[in-house]
Design a protein around this ligand. Structure first.
Ligand code: SF4
Length: 323
């Protein structure tokens, strides 16, 4: 794991406006999907980003690549603020920053052969054409554990795990520096999940890749992550090394998420924290600490004052009044 941040996110915000009226539509509110998050990812590192559905983690991934536009904030990548790049610079950036989606079937064009799907980004970015492109496609198929003859087949001829391998090959086709893995194994059978995670780890080692690995539970990111960020209702509530997060979680929400993971060692007893209620709406999030409506240890101050996201030592960031 290198020390220099490859990507740095500062106070990133995404509010989706809610409008009313057909002709003279006016904004009547906003979905606060991402609300002022900051983090960095070092070169060669995997940062896990975890939270329940609707917490803003996938929106965050899309904001980094500008698949959707941010409301405010900065995303620094190799000395440039991605959010300020013009069309042409953005096109170049897409070579360095790739994304793998949760549903590999929906993200692969069913009318294109696998060879064309993997070859297309190479053509768009002028990396390879003709027989050179075909050769590179075959190499990539083998790299991700498929066979070169698969290039002539169509996505529907493959299983879910194989389709995700095709998605990985397509992302690799442009030699990216960072890949946003947006719940890449959530739609796969448990037995296949480990294979895809192992593949991603092997590729990281071989190509020096950097990952933002998004998942909805902490058990999936445990093996692949160097550090883990936990998101709740548009905010990062805890961010630290994998070791510190799993051995010494400080935020009550992280503790609750961890307590839901079965412990393989029967002699180890982990305190079970049951979260009451559903995640509140991001349209009208709770005052003070957004977690206070479900927090088992909330106090009066939590209702009125938002806790600061701060380093409590050795790069362990947490946002809680009690820490
Ligand atoms: Fe719970 Fe209060 Fe900490 Fe929020 S600030 S996590 S409500 S104790």
């Amino acid at each position: 794991m290198g020390a220099a941040p490859l990507l740095e996110v500062r106070n990133l915000v995404k509010h989706f406006p809610i409008t009313k009226g057909f002709i003279f539509s006016k904004q009547v509110g906003a979905v606060q999907a991402v609300d002022g998050i900051s983090f960095s990812i070092n070169k060669g590192e995997t940062l896990g980003l975890v939270g329940e559905s609707g917490c803003g983690k996938s929106t965050t991934g899309r904001l980094l690549l500008r698949l959707i536009e941010a409301t405010a904030g900065e995303v620094w990548f190799e000395g440039r603020n991605v959010l300020e790049l013009g069309k042409e610079e953005l096109r170049e950036l897409r070579r360095d920053m790739q994304i793998i989606f949760q549903d590999p079937y929906a993200s692969l064009n069913p009318r294109m052969t696998v060879g064309d799907i993997i070859g297309e980004p190479m053509q768009i970015h002028g990396i390879a054409r003709g027989t050179e492109k075909e050769k590179r496609v075959q190499e990539l198929l083998e790299v991700v554990g498929l066979a070169s003859y698969h290039a002539r087949r169509y996505p529907h001829e493959f299983s879910g795990g194989q389709r995700q391998r095709i998605g990985v090959a397509r992302a690799l086709a442009v030699n990216p520096k960072i890949i946003v893995c947006d719940e890449p194994v959530s739609a796969l059978d448990v037995s296949i999940q480990a294979q895809v995670v192992n593949l991603l780890q092997d590729l990281q080692e071989e190509y020096g890749l950097t990952y933002l690995f998004i998942a909805h539970d902490l058990s999936v990111v445990k093996h692949i992550s160097d550090r883990v960020a936990v998101m709740y209702l548009g905010k990062i509530v805890e961010l630290t090394s994998k070791q510190a997060l799993y051995d010494n979680p400080l935020h009550p929400y992280t503790k609750a998420l961890l307590s839901a993971i079965p412990v393989p060692d029967p002699t180890l007893v982990r305190e079970r924290v049951i979260l009451e209620g559903d995640v509140p709406s991001p349209i009208n999030p709770p005052s003070g600490c957004r977690f206070h409506t479900r927090c088992p240890v909330a106090t009066d101050v939590c209702l009125v004052e938002e806790p600061e996201f701060q380093d409590v030592g050795e790069g362990h960031f947490v946002a809680c009044h009690l820490v």
